[in-house]
Ligand binder design. Structure first.
Ligand code: ATP
Length: 330
């Protein structure tokens, strides 16, 4: 039986985790879940939102499924998400965005994979107050990190039969930092002659994404542009309730939805578990349980096709009703 860490999160985290666990169990996939709590509630008992036991569990099991965890504002704690990515060197953030059946959006046939660098750029958190009038944030980009994320994007493209990798920067303005990221992508592109390579500036990319998203295949971005553009892409396919993600490093992988803990709808049985479920499906593929992953995906598609949807997608189903329908379709 494969052992996988589950961080069940807070806000809507426990509800959607519960839904996904039930679906995976009903599919017959044999997963031994190592359930770890983290986040705001844990601070009261253990003093920090991400106790060492959580990372130890991921290091032991190598794979985790993570529901959203709130970062308390103004209490001096680093974001649990940012800390996990940094401590475990989960350098690649992977966010596939494709249309789901019977989820009406402005566009059909969107199928974009966002590959976001996860460890540096403005997220390195190097900031200083110069005087009361002025603050600075350092945008740090390194050759090593840029090469390895470009390599990841091209490798992903080859393994997943993708045609093109498009690197997104603002290298005309940030000539040194984004210029370095772009140059590294160009160098790696030369090694992958079977994959088309394209370059675009981030402002133009955003306009093109809302005008004609189907032209894009794999997008490769530094951390901050990746964060913003991946939310834009989530909007193209129907919103945060269905946007999946994964953080992948050399040794470990943490699968998690793009959305946060949505405290406004927590505890009301309203949340859409699809983003976490799709993340879990990718987790099952990652550990080699492809048949179960595929069965669950088909059951999810059947539920959506039958018109059973949660309220974020314009439906009336509660999280529990949606979950039960997927289980019935397995
Ligand atoms: P964070 O900063 O933690 O990413 P956020 O402030 O960006 O969080 P989210 O928690 O991601 O916000 O959610 C934004 C809004 O989207 C929520 O208020 C909620 O209404 C909606 N939402 C997010 N996830 C879901 C979901 N799984 N199901 C239904 N609605 C959701």
């Amino acid at each position: 039986m494969k052992k996988v860490t589950l961080i069940n999160g807070d806000g809507i985290g426990p509800e959607i985790s519960n839904s996904v666990l039930k679906i995976i169990e009903a599919s017959g996939a044999q997963i031994d879940w190592d359930i770890q709590t983290a986040g705001a509630d844990v601070i009261e008992t253990e003093g920090v939102p991400l106790p060492k036991r959580v990372e130890d569990s991921i290091i032991k099991n190598k794979v985790a499924l993570k529901a959203p965890v709130t970062t308390p504002i103004g209490k001096g704690f680093r974001s649990v998400n940012v800390q996990l990515r940094k401590d475990l060197d989960l350098y690649a953030n992977l966010r596939p965005c494709y249309n789901l059946p019977n989820v009406k959006t402005r566009y059909e046939n969107v199928d974009i994979v966002v590959v976001r660098e996860n460890t540096e750029d403005l997220y390195a958190g190097i900031e200083r107050q110069i005087d009361e009038n002025t603050a600075e944030s350092i945008k740090r980009i390194t050759k090593d990190a840029s090469h390895r994320i470009a390599e990841f994007a091209f490798d992903y493209a080859v393994k997943n039969n993708r045609k093109e990798v498009c690197v997104v920067t603002k290298a005309n303005i940030c000539k040194l930092s984004d210029g370095l990221f772009l140059n590294c992508a160009r160098e790696i592109a030369e090694k992958y002659s079977q994959i088309k390579f394209r370059e675009i500036l981030v402002d133009n990319c955003c306009m093109q994404l809302v005008q004609n998203p189907c032209q894009f295949d794999v997008l490769l971005l530094p951390n901050l542009y990746g964060d913003i553009v991946s939310d834009l892409c989530a909007g193209l396919i129907g919103g945060l309730g269905i946007a999946q993600g994964a953080n992948i490093g050399k040794d470990y992988a943490v699968f998690e939805p793009v959305h946060g803990s949505a405290p406004d709808i927590a505890g009301q049985d309203k949340a859409n578990p699809t983003a976490l479920l799709l993340s879990a499906i990718e987790m099952l593929n990652y550990i080699g349980e492809n048949a179960y992953a595929n069965n669950i995906k088909q059951a999810l598609f059947k539920t959506l096709n039958s018109g059973i949807k949660t309220s974020d997608l314009g439906g009336k189903a509660t999280c529990s009703e949606f979950t039960n329908s997927i289980i019935a379709n397995l």
